[in-house]
Ligand binder design. Structure first.
Ligand SMILES: *Cc1c(COP(=O)(O)O)cnc(C)c1O
Length: 361
């Protein structure tokens, strides 16, 4: 792979972050970018100013949606170090997602290095208050101008960065979820296990429908029988059945979340009985009626842990912990955030340090 080129801005004044960061609204002023062609492979890696992308109106991505993305975070620790959480796993997932989309693989080592360099250059943009972080969004899209369905001959890979606020500015609050059986998100053997724009397009109508009815998000059932639980919004889901914490088994239509994987490992470390298996919505309802469901929560990079306070299915409203977060939800949230901010030992080598790097401009 070629060396990364730098075309950096001269920063006249220090970066000033707004008080209310929100999520995904503010972007740092540099991006990483590289191109792909079948002759040259991935080439022209560069870190440069963030600008609009000039795009041919026939760019294949615009018409046929051939793209993938990922999402991970960088944190500023108490000792002012910058760390990434399990970046290798996110980068590997880009290649996994790319496979079904016929997008060429990237060199994972090289992309990790590029990502680290970009974060290092933009370190002044990383907010340091509790819960705040730098959201990192790598993505790839087919850029060939062509009308007709086949894989693009050219691609662009970019990494953009967004400083984000705490996901729960008003505290760790459980959400209201509608169990959706009128629409499906993905089917087995489809694209459900890829982070590709099509899945999010497919989820919009059901999500808006749920919001109109007063819910925050939907719980997706499987696309074939609409019987088994799969995910909650854009998060993986866990059910705390008194003596077992269960999460749906990765079956091809569920996105293999890095937070999901981390939560499973942490629960094992704590000697909690955690299983990956099929869970039907009927089982959840039956166990709820017997008083055996002590909590439900979602997992994902953005929210980390999102307690579900209410689940509604066909007019039946289940309520967990009287609208308060479950004990386990709180413990897991604290464990993960303590790891992120370097407050506890990183037993599983999940943390990657970003060294300071000065680049001449
Ligand atoms: C990104 C995502 C998740 C969570 O994955 P993490 O790696 O934990 O962030 C879960 N479900 C869907 C549909 C997603 O897009």
């Amino acid at each position: 792979m070629e060396k990364i080129q730098y075309n950096l801005l001269k920063r006249e004044k220090p970066v000033k972050l707004p008080a209310d960061l929100g999520f995904g609204k503010i972007f740092t002023d540099h991006v990483f970018e590289m191109d792909y062609s079948s002759e040259k492979g991935w080439h022209n890696p560069i870190i440069k100013k963030l600008e609009n992308i000039p795009m041919h109106p026939a760019s294949m991505y615009l018409h046929y949606g051939q793209g993938v993305f990922d999402g991970l975070k960088a944190f500023k620790t108490e000792s002012d170090e910058i760390v990434l959480f399990r970046p290798q796993k996110h980068i590997q997932r880009i290649n996994n997602s790319s496979k079904k989309l016929c997008i060429p693989n990237v060199d994972t080592e090289f992309l990790l290095q590029a990502l680290i360099e970009l974060v290092s250059i933009e370190r002044d943009w990383i907010p340091a208050k509790a819960g705040e972080s730098l959201y990192i969004r790598p993505f790839i899209y087919g850029s060939e101008p062509f009308i007709g369905v086949r894989p693009s001959a050219f691609y662009k890979l970019m990494i953009i960065l967004s400083p984000v606020g705490a996901y729960y500015p008003e505290g760790f609050k459980p959400v209201k979820i509608l169990v959706q059986d009128d629409y499906v998100r993905a089917v087995r053997k489809g694209l459900g296990d890829c982070k590709t724009p099509a899945n999010y397009a497919a989820s919009l109508y059901a999500g808006e429908d749920a919001k109109k009815k007063g819910f925050t998000q939907v719980l997706w059932l499987d696309g074939v029988e609409q019987k088994y639980i799969e995910e909650v919004g854009t998060m993986n889901i866990f059910i705390n059945f008194k003596n077992e914490v269960a999460t749906p088994k990765l079956n091809g239509s569920i996105l293999p979340g890095v937070t999901r994987d981390s939560v499973i490992q942490i629960l094992k470390d704590w000697n909690i009985n955690v299983t990956e298996r099929q869970i039907s919505i009927d089982e959840v309802i039956d166990e709820y009626k017997k008083g055996n469901v002590t909590g439900v929560f979602g997992t994902g990079t953005a929210a980390i842990i999102s307690p579900v306070g209410w689940l509604t299915f066909k007019g039946l409203e289940m309520n967990f912990n009287n609208g308060q977060p479950g004990e386990l939800d709180i413990k897991l949230f604290e464990e993960l955030t303590s790891l992120h901010y370097g407050k506890i030992e990183d037993k599983h080598d999940w943390i990657v340090h970003v060294e300071k790097k000065e680049i001449e401009v």
